[in-house]
Ligand binder design. Structure first.
Ligand code: FES
Length: 132
């Protein structure tokens, strides 16, 4: 029997809208070729970044690959529409805005990286590394 007080797992749009150019403390990194099929997930490692790349309805999304609940890789999970299910404890996150889709909120939202498509590649906007 389902509980009517539980959330309906809404599919919310990106919180800040799409971003297409890096700011002064950010850079654009190419993380993959533009070859992902709709409904696919791909784990991408780039320097210090682990990114779970997905494509839903023709649009790419990039969120932190390491689940902030306990570190499993979301790219090893399952994608249903815009919702990825973590393979370890089955929490569900929106690939569009990183939001946890369960209640209570037992962990944070996943970090979201803005995606730019150009020159046949998929790019993410990330913070520049600071050199010590
Ligand atoms: S590690 Fe992802 S749900 Fe626990």
């Amino acid at each position: 029997m389902s509980n009517p007080n539980l959330p309906l797992f809404p599919d919310r749009p990106e919180a800040d809208g799409p971003k297409s150019a890096p700011g002064p403390d950010e850079e654009l990194i190419r993380i993959a070729d533009d070859t992902l099929k709709d409904g696919e997930l791909k784990g991408v490692e780039f320097g210090d970044y682990g990114i779970c790349l997905s494509k839903v309805d023709g649009k790419y999304h990039a969120i932190e690959d390491s689940c902030n609940h306990s570190g499993a890789l979301l790219s090893g999970g399952r994608l249903d529409g815009p919702i990825v299910t973590c393979p370890r404890h089955f929490l569900r996150f929106s690939v569009r805005d990183g939001e946890l889709q369960t209640n209570p909120k037992i962990c944070d939202a996943q970090k979201v990286y803005p995606v730019v498509i150009k020159d046949g590649g998929v790019y993410c906007i990330v913070k520049k590394k600071t050199v010590a």
